[in-house]
Design a binder for this molecule. Sequence first.
Ligand code: AMP
Length: 400
Amino acid sequence: MKVLVINAGSSSLKYQLIQTDTGEVLAKGLCERIGIGGSKLTYKPTGKGKYETQKDMKDHTEAISMVIRALSDPETGVVRSMDEIDAVGHRLVHGGEAFSEAALITDEMLRVLEALCELAPLHNPANLMGIRACQTIMPNVPMVGVFDTAFHQTMPPEAFLYGLPYEAYTDLQVRRYGFHGISHSFISQEAIAKLDKPAEETRVITCHLGNGSSMSAIKGGKSVDNSMGFTPLPGVTMGTRCGDIDPAIVIYLMDKLNLDTVGINAYLNKQCGVQGISGVSSDFRDLWTAAEEGNRRAELALRIFAYHVKRYIGAYAAVLGGVDAIVFSAGVGENDSGIRALAMEGLEYLGVDMDYKRNETLPRGEEGEISKPGSKVKVFVIPTDEELVIAKETARLAAK
Ligand code: AMP
């Protein structure tokens, strides 16, 4: 099946066309600055060059129609016509408590997603625009929604409830939802397949460390905790997001910096994390360069980030009653051996016996084991592939 995977943001839209039986990516691309002028489409068919088209896209519907034109272009396209696209899979950020797995997009789902916009004001409205655009351009193609929150719906109440009045949960839906579920699900399954143990007895800690980062405790293949919460803001500190902080800091900063709710939201999401600590960059490559040049704050940012990862490993080892595998993934987890080494240092008491040489020499972006062969806790680097998961889930549901 050929599945078009769509990840729609408020002014951007990422896409990949995937042949699901082989997992081959036929083409991928990005529409940027949708609705804000100066829009462009970048399109890269596999094995060919990269093409860029500058043309204003006033909304997501225009963006999707440009994507379809690029995919079916007689010279640079990868399909003869739109009819070759069998299904569309949408990455959806927030499914609340309504979705514990991927589902076919129906009018009922759209109503639920709309109601959930309040919980994910930055993401769900954009996801909905992506769906509506595809419905307009490809009305007869089946569509599937794959949620970032769904995998974490197995968390028990002690993990998902906050120390707030119970009514905040029952009346206002305030609870931990957890995010990056598509990735945590994929990398934990890959790790479980490598363990010499029945899947239902496995205890895995997954570290999805990228620009946004989250960690998960996974017992018998099911998520029992995730470091993100009601929103994707808490947990380990991130590129520009603050991660866990004392909630009273929010009130204090609003007062001292004279920020309203919009202002504090932007501050906590865009000016914090390793960017805020270092004052240098949110990109870990820049932080290592600056740290090597003697920038103390850049070094501190790296240490704080690795410390948070270690702190969650400790917490989740306790939650799981021991660990069989720790998995590193996403931009930082897959590429940054320095962060992996810092985070794993001193975990011998847990049964981790790291192969630091292997950690350092593992080719970037490649899958591999970075603990020694006899290590009680296996440490893996497993590249995540969220688009492939979405494509496969979409093919599975569309085939029904
Ligand atoms: P993601 O959100 O998963 O795409 O991850 C993006 C982040 O990965 C970037 O902001 C970088 O900080 C980090 N990253 C990518 N490549 C490397 C690398 N070679 N070394 C260290 N960090 C990297």
